[in-house]
Design a protein around this ligand. Structure first.
Ligand code: FMN
Length: 248
């Protein structure tokens, strides 16, 4: 098992995988890490679907266009889940308030599912495996993926996670310096623009010189182009079709 420092600081997203199986004890450790995720109220407002059937992974690949889904050994789908509490509330004749349909209810489900994903990712990385979160599992075809996964109402996909034995080891991406990310006691008050411009330059250089595929992408324009694309997903409508008619 890798130590915690290298597990966290040497992580990078892996997009090419060997076909090799994941050792049973590693998979078990990942499951246990998921189970011990801290969650709001201990409500555990999430579920995970471990997709290891190649034909199902290929269907998800066709829906998302993300090759990693096809080539990774396990593709996990992390879902916000109010189906389980609904079922037990009905059985125990407890009236369920409209909390899941509030903005905070949705955020709680998203946070719980995301923390579960991060626990799984860290456990997998500690076992020497490669990982890559896949947001397209939520955005690209939410209705088709919900049907394929037979999701009941009040459950929606938050994010996917590819896990497998790495076939590549790309350079680690430079991240924003501490001065742009971690503030002491209050939000930073002086202009961040010089640091932002320097970071933009650093990413541009990384993209142009990294091992593997090189690009002339900067940071700001490239990220904002993702925002433009993401605005076409109509995620609120997709959430409503999953039973989350968010009103408050
Ligand atoms: C919530 C989330 C969704 C992501 N979705 C995708 C995705 O759909 N496809 C992909 O190739 N990478 C995806 N990524 C990986 C990011 O592109 C990656 O984390 C980022 O570029 C930083 O690189 P690093 O992970 O190597 O440090 C996602 C990451 C996160 C946290």
């Amino acid at each position: 098992m890798k130590d915690i420092k290298s597990t966290l600081l040497e992580r990078r997203s892996i997009r090419r995988y060997e076909r090799e199986d994941i050792p049973a004890e590693s998979l078990d450790f990942i499951y246990e890490a998921i189970r011990n995720t801290p969650t709001s109220y201990n409500g555990q407002q999430f579920s995970v679907i471990d997709v290891d059937d190649q034909s199902v992974k290929e269907k998800i690949y066709e829906l998302t266009g993300q090759k990693q889904v096809k080539t990774c050994r396990h593709f996990f789908l992390f879902c916000a889940d109010y189906n389980k509490i609904t079922e037990i509330a009905e059985a125990k004749s407890i009236e369920l308030p409209g909390f899941p349909l509030t903005a905070d209810g949705v955020i709680v489900g998203v946070v719980d599912a995301t923390l579960a994903m991060m626990n799984a990712l860290t456990a997998a990385e500690a076992c020497g495996l490669g990982t890559c979160p896949i947001g397209y599992a939520r955005t690209a075809a939410p209705d088709a993926i919900a049907r394929l996964m037979k999701l009941p109402p009040k459950v929606f996909v938050v994010c996917g996670l590819a896990i497998g034995v790495p076939r590549e080891m790309p350079d680690i991406k430079p991240k924003q310096p501490k001065e742009l990310m971690i503030f002491k006691n209050r939000y930073r008050e002086d202009s961040m623009l010089p640091d932002l411009m320097a970071y933009d330059k650093e990413i541009t250089k990384y993209n142009a010189t990294r091992s593997g595929t090189k690009t002339d992408n900067d940071w700001a324009e490239h990220i904002i182009s993702y925002y433009r694309e993401a605005m076409s997903y109509n995620t609120l409508d997709a959430l409503r079709r999953r039973g989350f008619d968010v009103r408050f």
